[in-house]
Design a protein around this ligand. Structure first.
Ligand SMILES: CC(C)(COP(=O)(O)OP(=O)(O)OC[C@H]1O[C@@H](n2cnc3c(N)ncnc32)[C@H](O)[C@@H]1OP(=O)(O)O)[C@@H](O)C(=O)NCCC(=O)NCCS
Length: 188
């Protein structure tokens, strides 16, 4: 099982079917907070829905090795991170994430996303990780900027959120950006 210790009692663990009840409880408790931005926060209402979501992550992992993880703080599920399907050959993907409201404001998701970028760029040789947030999603845009994603522009009306066409802020990080930020030297 994929696990990543973030220290201070925080940990990323690959989502497995045995986490479905915890995931359902997490979504139910945070529906009002996640709902404005994540469609699935409205549609996951039963254990079967939660299992179906997790199954999708497991299938994606089998296809391209990019895990869907839950974020645990002191053994309580407080959020998660997923990847969209890997596009080959550009070795490009997109990252998505969510936190329960009580877990926000402490840098927890910044640590989690940084760990997933480390996995993507350093272990899996991904070349580009995109990140899209609605232009009104200030906390998500702030996270992208905090982590050093480059802003690539607004894709107007490129997403539908609860029947509304919305503008998406597009960000991305390339492997070369990541390496530069990590202070890697190019071999001579
Ligand atoms: C997007 C989301 C994950 C951002 O959560 P967040 O708590 O702002 O992000 P982080 O966990 O990285 O924490 C950053 C906050 O902690 C603070 N912080 C404290 N210690 C920190 C540290 N060591 N490192 C970074 N930030 C720290 C930052 O100042 C920031 O707070 P501020 O916004 O009040 O200035 C969250 O708002 C969310 O899940 N929203 C709903 C779902 C969603 O929108 N998902 C994304 C769809 S595109």
């Amino acid at each position: 099982m994929f696990r990543w210790d973030l220290s201070d009692g925080a940990e990323l663990r690959m989502l497995e079917l045995r986490h479905a009840a915890a995931f359902l409880a997490f979504v139910a408790a945070n529906r009002a907070y996640l709902g404005p931005w994540l469609e699935w926060a409205h549609t996951i209402t039963t254990l079967e829905d939660a299992q179906m979501f997790i199954r999708r992550g497991i299938a994606r992992y089998a296809e391209d090795g990019l895990p869907w993880v839950g974020l645990w703080q002191d053994d309580e599920m407080v959020g998660g991170i997923l990847f969209f399907p890997l596009e080959r050959p550009p070795r490009s993907t997109e990252i998505g994430y969510w936190l329960g409201e009580r877990a926000t404001g402490h840098g927890l998701m910044s640590r989690g996303v940084r760990a997933m970028l480390c996995l993507a760029f350093d272990d899996l040789q991904i070349n580009r990780v995109a990140l899209q947030a609605e232009v009104d999603n200030a906390r998500s845009c702030a996270l992208a900027e905090r982590l050093g994603f480059s802003f690539e522009g607004v894709r107007r009306q490129s997403w539908v959120n609860q029947g509304r066409l919305v503008d998406m802020a597009g960000y991305a990080m390339l492997a070369e950006d990541w390496r530069r930020r990590q202070g890697y030297r190019q071999p001579k």
